[in-house]
Design a protein around this ligand. Structure first.
Ligand code: NG6
Ligand code: CA
Length: 509
């Protein structure tokens, strides 16, 4: 049982249950704006032109920055997708829960139905709730889902009224859209089968049939072939339901815009996970070749365009002023993430990681310090830059505070209300904890960052990422050394001890 779920409360009904959430006499009612979180995939701090190191112009992100707050010190909880999304939606650090690492496309639900998610919270506050786009948090009970029926448990069990999702990532099977727990466009006479264990007889794979590929893998990604691109995992059937890679951005943005339009009359929460700019990068012909940086740069243009569509939809429906729009990324950037798409060769002066060290997968700043923009007209300052420390883990409690609802005991244990920071104000978080691919933890307190010792891989040679792992403990002063070049742990052992102890305290909480 969820802690205090108000089950059966119709969307936007204000019956007895909603009355229980109402403020007391004399208190100002919570304003209840619409809430949209656009969670980009693998977009680095430096990938947006508003952050100064991008060779790709992102005009819609710039417009958002001019109308709201641009954060320079915002952090996701993890440098990969599944744990970052888990932290965002549950308010619990992912390293507290087993099985929150990068999920296979056939993973069972990683957020248990009895967990009280951000979507549950907002649904109980009377919001219509929707999830569109990349999911990557598992579906069904186990990896033996029936992709041809209703996939259950699913998103309604964790608070989302509506969903139109990709099960995992574009480079993982099944390569189909799932709307409200059912595969879209499936022909029952051509059922889908998925395996992450063994290939299906007679089905070509990237490994065996490279002659069938239009884009070849640089590492991994040599299993099922869909649209001439080999993926992770094996899949058979479902031909009529397969997505077309170059249409993904349009399809999911259409659905996001539709959800907004359908719910314009009452408060809604939309979690929109873009596929851009994750591999395989296959942007629409509108963007192909337009950035001069190959598919990775073109995918950044595609992201920006989709953001523009959402912003225009809010304007044309007349609800932009009543909508809190948060744009960020699940983790930092990677250039070669497994396909030969010339991303490395064409990078030029573009610096996806900004001035930070590392990248996706890493404990260094580029792994988890992500771009973030927040706009709520009349409530966020215009064109402001915030250097205040902020973590995505706090989005949950901050939105709870915004809506004037209390979080049931035991839910969102690591999330704290930093609404004032989210809206561009002060109130520093005392510390931020981050996790890399190897589950090495680091902690930032003020100017200082401590990375715990780790024997794990130091450099991922495939992606060319410095992972931030070192058998020696690391201490950096981010104020003086944002590139994390000088390990000060030996020079300031007491500071290192202090951060280590705080990290242990948080870990054991
Ligand atoms: C890795 C994949 C990478 C990407 C990542 C998940 C290989 C060799 N690499 O295992 O391409 O899919 O998982 O990315 O398979 S994330 O942004 O969803 O976390
Ligand atoms: Ca990602």
């Amino acid at each position: 049982m969820k802690p205090s779920k108000l089950t059966g409360l119709p969307v936007c009904a204000f019956g007895a249950a909603a009355a229980a959430l109402a403020p007391g006499c004399g208190e100002k009612p919570a304003p209840r704006p619409n809430i949209i979180i656009i969670y980009a995939d693998d977009v680095g701090y430096g990938d947006f032109s508003c952050n100064g190191t991008s060779a790709v112009c992102t005009p819609n992100v710039e417009k958002l920055a001019a109308q709201g707050v641009r954060f320079t010190n915002a952090h996701t909880t993890s440098s990969t997708s599944t744990p970052a999304r888990y932290g965002l939606l549950t308010g619990q650090y992912p390293w507290r829960k087993q099985g929150t690492g990068i999920a296979a496309g056939d993973a069972g639900m990683i957020i248990a139905p009895d967990q009280y998610t951000l979507a549950d919270l907002l649904k109980d506050a009377g919001y219509a709730t929707g999830a569109v786009g990349k999911w990557h948090l598992g579906l069904g009970e186990t990896s033996r889902q029936d992709w041809n029926g209703t996939i259950s448990p699913g998103l309604p069990d964790i608070g989302f009224d509506y969903s139109f999702i990709m099960a995992a990532t574009a480079d993982r099977v099944p390569c189909v859209y799932i709307e409200n727990q059912r595969v879209v466009g499936l022909d029952p006479s051509d059922p889908i089968a998925v395996s992450y264990v063994k290939p299906f007889e007679g089905e070509p794979t990237g490994r065996e049939n490279p002659e069938l590929l239009v884009m070849t893998p640089s590492h991994g990604h040599d299993q099922a072939i869909v649209n001439g691109i080999s993926r992770i995992g094996y899949m058979k059937g479902g031909k009529s339901a397969l997505w077309k890679d170059e249409e993904i951005a349009d399809r999911i943005t259409d659905k996001a815009v539709q959800f907004i339009a359908d719910n314009r009359e009452h408060p809604f929460f939309l979690y929109f996970g873009t596929n851009d700019i994750h591999v395989p990068r296959v942007p629409h012909a509108r963007f192909a070749g337009k950035s001069g940086m190959g598919p990775r740069g073109d995918a950044i243009l595609s992201f920006d365009y989709c953001l523009g569509r959402i912003m225009r939809a809010l304007d044309s429906l007349g609800i932009a002023d009543n909508t809190l729009l948060i744009v960020s990324s699940d983790n930092g950037p990677v250039v070669d993430d497994g396909y030969n798409d010339r991303a490395v060769e064409l990078l030029g002066d573009h610096r996806p990681w900004g001035d930070f060290r590392g990248g996706k997968y890493s404990a260094f700043e580029a792994g988890t310090r992500v771009p973030m923009l927040v706009r709520w007209p009349g409530h966020t300052p215009e064109g402001a830059v915030s250097d205040v420390l902020f973590s995505h883990i706090d989005i949950y409690a901050s939105l709870g505070a915004l809506c004037g609802v209390s979080i049931p005991e035991g839910a969102a244990p690591d999330s704290r209300d930093h609404l004032s920071t989210l809206l561009g104000g002060g109130s520093d978080r005392e510390y931020v904890v981050e996790q890399n691919l190897s589950n090495t933890l680091s902690i930032i307190v003020g100017d200082w960052k401590y990375i715990e010792p780790s024997d794990k891989m130091r450099v991922n040679k495939q992606t060319n990422t410095e992972m931030g792992n070192d058998p020696m403990r690391q201490l950096y002063n981010l104020q003086e050394d944002i590139g994390e070049k000088r390990n000060l742990a030996e020079e300031y052992p007491e500071k290192a001890d202090e951060l280590r102890d705080l990290l242990e305290t948080v870990r054991n909480q």
